[in-house]
Each structure stands twice: as structure tokens, then as C-alpha cells.
Write a protein that binds this ligand. Structure first.
Ligand SMILES: Cc1cc2nc3c(=O)[nH]c(=O)nc-3n(C[C@H](O)[C@H](O)[C@H](O)COP(=O)(O)O)c2cc1C
Length: 519
């Protein structure tokens, strides 16, 4: 016979207060309070070895870092590892987390299995809740009451409401809603709209989509020719292999299995720059024809040496506040050696171009907390090209929040006539006061190149004013174009005639007001 439960401990681990609020709510439930003695504690104040089998413990905790305990559960978790005696009490775990983190509900999952491994009796199946935790909490509470007040143990064993998280080994298949070319200068930008309805995916502007493409006909055909097989056969061996991006590790593997003197020389340290340049401008089919006569290796020997396709990452270009079921991307097409007479599409470019509306894209979303937007703070957004993507999400969320903190946008591209992407949306945001100003820099519209950093310098007074108001600065664009420009661009804003001209950049970094997303 199971011992009678007389007491309930509600213990929580919480940083920003979500788990604590749920714990408070549970501990003050009148039906439970009428039947049990209830104690509410933070996990760090709780000693599980004190509990007897007449005390049910409800663990409610979030996860932080890489699926680690929140700060007020760290001491508990460390002491827990040292417990040697068996635990006898009945328990249930309700975890709060965010599916955008790779280790979704990592701490509550570890806690649930460690309690059970130490002998504690799980009365209710664990719940892994995402940001919509309130709805799941109500369901959990109903089951908890059925178990504790009515002795309905089956209800606890049958509960199955956890949110599953997506990752590299559990991709969500998201139907394509539309793919529109939105800029003219080659290589172009595309606006991709994807349906995430019923996925449970929650994201914030600034977060990242990992898309796992596969190789399609334009990439597979040259391999079919080279190996003398059908495209279907090439697809069978190479569909999921990284054939568009050459990596040193794979080149070394092939060179060691199939020695070649030219390749051996290229792999020497002194030829590092030449090798990097070769890898940047070529794909593996060029590599095969450049170094190996046909017949040197079979398609399966070649496939064995290759690695699997790495997911491609893109900044999300939308806010879920604007549309919870749709996720947007702003993607630049990739061609190897775009200046040559016969550029070849990258894997993801060819893959996206092969899709029809309604086809599904395998993906997952990861949080990027360093680039989340603070709607309550004045802000300066600086983007080049596809770097506009997260800022579209920021501006959508500003609109929904009716943010009154001022915001200005700088955007750089090549030609105003064909590359001014999101022009209508920007105009709407300017007209409606969501955005206070937008300064554009089109580099190729005049004799001397004019870049986004030149616009920032020109608008010195407006930028300085916002910085003095405490503005946060967000910069997104290609590393190659922007990385070396940011520090001088911001330091040029330091007060005129000031002796210390290194002030603004250092100050923004020290105050955590400079957010960079360079790709
Ligand atoms: C910096 C940071 C790191 C986080 N790391 C994780 C994580 O690794 N796994 C997870 O599931 N959730 C993670 N989260 C999400 C929190 O667990 C989630 O927001 C939770 O609702 C917070 O609850 P609390 O207010 O009780 O602490 C993280 C949140 C932040 C801000």
C-alpha cells in the first residue's frame, strides 16, 4: 500500500520569475491548502534528504545557460550530486524553457531523471513547457489535483503534454508559402515566407533559422557526368553530402587515399592562401576534374570521404507578434565564383530555387540572445544587404508594442533602383512613426563609392543625440564589409574637438549597448 500523502512541498528554480510565479500559484491553491500542509521554497533552500514518503514535492523550474539550473538552484543541484541515501518521497517536475535553445528544458529533464534514479517516486509525467507555459501549467495542475485529491494515479501516468523541441536530429518540416526575388543586382536577395503553424516554434526577432537543404539536380549533374552514372545514381550517393563547399579535412582525406603531387603541393602550409582561395571559388566537382582523371575513384569511394550537409543559418526577418504562424527570411543567393562566366549555385540556393509553393523545408530555430531587441530603449539600426533581415523583425515588433523610444535605420546596398528592399514597409513605418528616420547608402549610384558608414558619419548629429539618450546600436551585415568599419565609424561620433577620440566605441561596448551580428 502506498503511504498517505499529508504534505506538499512546492520548490522552484527561477531567474526572471516565471517559475516562481507558477510555484506561488500552486502553493496558494485553496483546494490543495484545505487538504495538505503546503510549503513553498526556492530550490537552494530545499534539502531533499529531509523529506519522508508522506510529502509530495512539486518541482517547478526553468533552465538556463546550456540547459543548466537557474541561479537559485545551483547550490541545490551541486548538493544533490552528493546524496548517497535513497530518496523516498513522491514527486512531479514541471519544466519551463524555450525551444529555441539547443538544450530545451535541460535542467528539469536532468532533475526528473536524477530524482527517479535516486528512488523518488514519479507520480506525474514530466512536463517540458515552452514560452506558452501557462496553458500547460493549467493542464498539469488539473492532473496534479486528480492524483493528489482523488488518488487517480493513472491520470499522472497518462499525462503527455510536453512540447518537443526541434534540432539537427529532429527537424520541423515547414511548408513554403512564397519565395520572391526582391533585389536586382546579382546575386539577388529573396524574401522567403514559411509556415510554422502547429510547430510549437517560438522565436524572437534576432533569432536564427537553421535550414537543412539537400543537393538538387544542378549540383548533382556534373558528378553524374564525371563518374559516368545517372543523375538518380549520383543523387543516391551524394544527395545529403557536402559537395558545394570544399573543406580542408575532406581534401586531406581524398589526397591521402588517392595521392596526387599537385594536391600535395597545394596542401603545404606555404600555399595556405592559394588553397583557401581555391576552396572559396570552387566546388567539389571542379576539384575532381582539376586533380583527378576520371576513373581514379568510384562515386561511393568519393561519397565516403565527404561529410554530411551542414545546416545553413539565416536571421529571421519577421516578428511572431505580427504573425505567429509565419516565419520570414531574407536570403541572399550564393554562387561560387560569381564574377566568372559560369558561376555555380550554392547548395541552399539551388535547393530553394527547386522548391514549389507547399513543399516543405526541414529546419529548426535557435535563440540568439545577444541580438534580441530592446523595444524600450532608443536604437540605431545599421544594416547592409541581407543584414536588414533582423531589423524587419525589430520594426514589426516596435509596431506591435507601439514603442515610443526613438529608432533610426541606416541601410546600405548597391543600386537604389533595384536593391532598395522592403522600401514599402520602411515607408509605412516612417509614415506611422514606428521609425523616426531612414538613411540609405547606395554604393554604386555615384562615381565615388558611398557606404553605410559614410551615411552614419554624415548624420553625425542625429546619431550622437540618440547615443546621448542611451541608444543601443545594432549592426548586421557581411563581416567582410563591416567588421573593420564599426570601431572607426563609432569613434568618429565622439564629441568634436574632444582629445579622446576613442570614446564612443569603448563606451558602447562597456555598457553592453553595441550588438553585432556579422556573417
Ligand atoms: C540567457 C538565457 C539562457 C536560456 N537558456 C535556456 C536553455 O538552455 N534551455 C531552455 O530550455 N531555456 C532556456 N532559456 C529560457 C528560460 O528557461 C525561459 O525563458 C523560462 O521561462 C524562464 O523562467 P524563469 O523566469 O522562471 O527563470 C534561457 C533564457 C535566457 C534569457
Amino acid at each position: 500500500m502506498q503511504p498517505v500523502i499529508r504534505n506538499i512541498y512546492v520548490v522552484y528554480g527561477s531567474v526572471s520569475g516565471n517559475a516562481k510565479e507558477l510555484a506561488r500559484q500552486l502553493s496558494s491553491d485553496s483546494e490543495l491548502a484545505n487538504n495538505f500542509t503546503i510549503t513553498l521554497k526556492a530550490l537552494d533552500e530545499f534539502d531533499p534528504t529531509e523529506l519522508k514518503d508522506d510529502t509530495f514535492t512539486a518541482f517547478i523550474s526553468s533552465s538556463f545557460g546550456d540547459g543548466e539550473p537557474p541561479s537559485n538552484a545551483e547550490y541545490f543541484w551541486q548538493s544533490f550530486q552528493e546524496i548517497s541515501q535513497p530518496l523516498l518521497f513522491p514527486f512531479a517536475v514541471f519544466g519551463l524553457g524555450d525551444t529555441a535553445y539547443p538544450n530545451f528544458c535541460g535542467f528539469s529533464k536532468s532533475l526528473d531523471s536524477a530524482l527517479s534514479a535516486n528512488g523518488a517516486r514519479r507520480l506525474i509525467n514530466r512536463v517540458d513547457a515552452d514560452l506558452s507555459y501557462r496553458v500547460l501549467f493549467e493542464e498539469w495542475k488539473t492532473v496534479l489535483k486528480a492524483v493528489l485529491l482523488k488518488g487517480d494515479l493513472r491520470a499522472g501516468e497518462a499525462l503527455n503534454i510536453s512540447v518537443s523541441s526541434y534540432g539537427e536530429n529532429a527537424l520541423f518540416s515547414a511548408p513554403l508559402l512564397s519565395a520572391t526575388k526582391i533585389s536586382g543586382t546579382f546575386p539577388s536577395l529573396y524574401r522567403i515566407r514559411i509556415c510554422i503553424k502547429n510547430s510549437g516554434i517560438r522565436y524572437q526577432p534576432g533569432d536564427i533559422v537553421h535550414l537543412k537543404p539537400c543537393n538538387t539536380e544542378p549540383l548533382l549533374t556534373p558528378f553524374a557526368y564525371y563518374f559516368g552514372v545517372s543523375v538518380a545514381e549520383a543523387e543516391r550517393w551524394l544527395k545529403e553530402k557536402e559537395i558545394a563547399r570544399i573543406s580542408k579535412a575532406v581534401v586531406r582525406k581524398i589526397a591521402s587515399a588517392f595521392p596526387n603531387s599537385d594536391l600535395k603541393s597545394l596542401l603545404k602550409y606555404k600555399n595556405k592562401v592559394a588553397l583557401n582561395d581555391y576552396m572559396k571559388r570552387h566546388q567539389f566537382n571542379d576539384f575532381l576534374t582539376d586533380f583527378y582523371p576520371e576513373g581514379t575513384m568510384t562515386i561511393n569511394e568519393f561519397a565516403d570521404a565527404l561529410s554530411g550537409i551542414e545546416p545553413r543559418t539565416y536571421s529571421i526577418a519577421s516578428s511572431q507578434l505580427a504573425n505567429a504562424d509565419v516565419l520570414e527570411l531574407c536570403v541572399r543567393e550564393v554562387w561560387s565564383d560569381p564574377e566568372s562566366t559560369s558561376p555555380k549555385p550554392g547548395c541552399s540556393t539551388a535547393y530553394l530555387q527547386s522548391l514549389n509553393i507547399g513543399d516543405t523545408l526541414p529546419l529548426f530555430v535557435r535563440a540568439n540572445p545577444g541580438f534580441h531587441y530592446d523595444v524600450n530603449s532608443p536604437s540605431i539600426l545599421i544594416a547592409t544587404g541581407a543584414g536588414i533581415a533582423p531589423f524587419i523583425g525589430y520594426l514589426q515588433s516596435r509596431e506591435k508594442h507601439q514603442s515610443s523610444a526613438p529608432c533610426i535605420l541606416f541601410f546600405g546596398e548597391k543600386h537604389q533602383s533595384v536593391d532598395y528592399v522592403y522600401r514599402d514597409e520602411i515607408k509605412h513605418w516612417l509614415d506611422s512613426g514606428v521609425l523616426q528616420n531612414c538613411f540609405v547608402a547606395f554604393s554604386r549610384d555615384q562615381e565615388t563609392k558611398h557606404y553605410v558608414q559614410d551615411s552614419v558619419r554624415q548624420q553625425h548629429a542625429a546619431v550622437r543625440e540618440l547615443i546621448d539618450m542611451g541608444a543601443k546600436v545594432y549592426v548586421c551585415g557581411r563581416k567582410q564589409n563591416l567588421a573593420s568599419q564599426i570601431e572607426p565609424m563609432l569613434n568618429a561620433l565622439s564629441i568634436d574637438n574632444s582629445e579622446d577620440n576613442s570614446g564612443t566605441y569603448k563606451m558602447l561596448v562597456e555598457q553592453n549597448r553595441l550588438h553585432l551580428d556579422l556573417f
